[in-house]
Design a protein around this ligand. Sequence first.
Ligand code: ATP
Ligand code: MN
Length: 462
Amino acid sequence: MKRTKIANALASKELGETITVKGWVRTKRENKNVAFLAVNDGSTIHNIQVVVDVPNFDEEMLKSVTTGAGISVTGTLSPSLGQGQAVEIQATEIVVYGTADPETYPLQKKGHSLEFLRSIAHLRPRTNTFGAVFRVRHAMAYAIHKYFNDKGFAYLHTPVITASDAEGAGAMFQVTTLPLDNPPRREDGTINYEEDFFGKTTNLTVSGQLEGELAAMALSEIYTFGPTFRAENSNTPRHLAEFWMIEPEMAFFDITDNMDLAEDFLKYCVRYALEHCGDDLKFLNDMFDKELIERLKFILNNDFQRLTYTEAIAVLEASGKKWEFPVSWGVDLQAEHERYLVEEHYKKPVILIDYPKEIKAFYMKQNDDGKTVRAMDVLFPRIGEIIGGSQREENYDKLVARMQQVGIKEEDMWWYLDTRRFGSVPHSGFGLGFERLVLFVTGMANIRDVIPFPRTPMNAEF
Ligand code: ATP
Ligand code: MN
């Protein structure tokens, strides 16, 4: 018989129909005459209740239907007398696909800590929490593609393996096929990468931006959405070694256009979650973060505060706070500073622009003051930096001068510089850390809990 997804069964008005649902048993309550199974198939946070007339079923088979078992149930969709659901299934047939030994199945009824669930990341999607998180994650990925598609952006696939290390966004993972115990060497003893797979040293990408710029110089508006890798040894609740990044790049956009897009885009994603993930967000709100839904609505209803780095430093200096990292013009802002601006001072998202050029990448457009560049960071409550971006330097001479100052070789970047030699135009872009967005929208506290299989220092299990 055709399978009905549990989300559809729960919403169905066709009482009296015979349907088949398939899923995993969450709980089982029973007495001599009747058993109640709560079955979930991941299509919704809600379980469907299956009512089993015990005398009508094989005793051994029923015994094997325990928490975690994978089953198929056929029966009559009926109004439910129990509270919490409108309909239930009166079972006529049960097929057990796979049992789950109660002695060893780790997900028994009691709540488990998020730390424990990380150690069984292969099973945690079967919990309410991770079912909700991964459905929201999916919805955000879909919303992002829809947003850019509707605006006429082209989805550009940038390489995962790259020979350029100029972006400087973070430490890189090397990619090599050379034997590490006995690599080929030159006469001076250094490793001869000419014999490596690509004939040169290569790494996993930290950002698709530079290649994204090349395509924006032809397609006008593109975005990337792919995995990025940073070998930074920062064990924080907001950093992964492997994370997904969305990087739009737009020809003919200045920094104001860039800010407008970033704000509109983030609001779109939050609104999409509120409109399409209501049940999951309500669950996460009630379980983990009582202010989650309020906070999401707040994002929609407020303009982001826009100010310069220099103005932000003045606010931080005037705050009278004792900082772990002292503040003065020129320092890179730390999470404590970003969160003060957002959560205590302005009490709304903040977009900071015009950062000192020394703390930002070489490709950012230089301001006339000679000290700052047209960088743009979007700061969110609880998260800190969620987006980093800039208007790009489109002037060939200025770009080369900056590259020389920071020691990037022109010959390594000839292809990038060509865009400034041939038909260079003003352009801008930014990078959104996908997991930081999912972190914000789900209200989870640790970035390891919003990606199915987190990669962090000393951890690549599963
Ligand atoms: P941070 O200062 O938080 O380390 P960053 O300045 O290194 O961030 P960018 O290089 O501007 O970040 O990257 C763009 C976006 O990618 C960031 O705004 C953030 O949302 C996300 N991001 C950066 N590093 C990580 C990471 N290690 N794990 C998850 N997301 C990240
Ligand atoms: Mn970083």
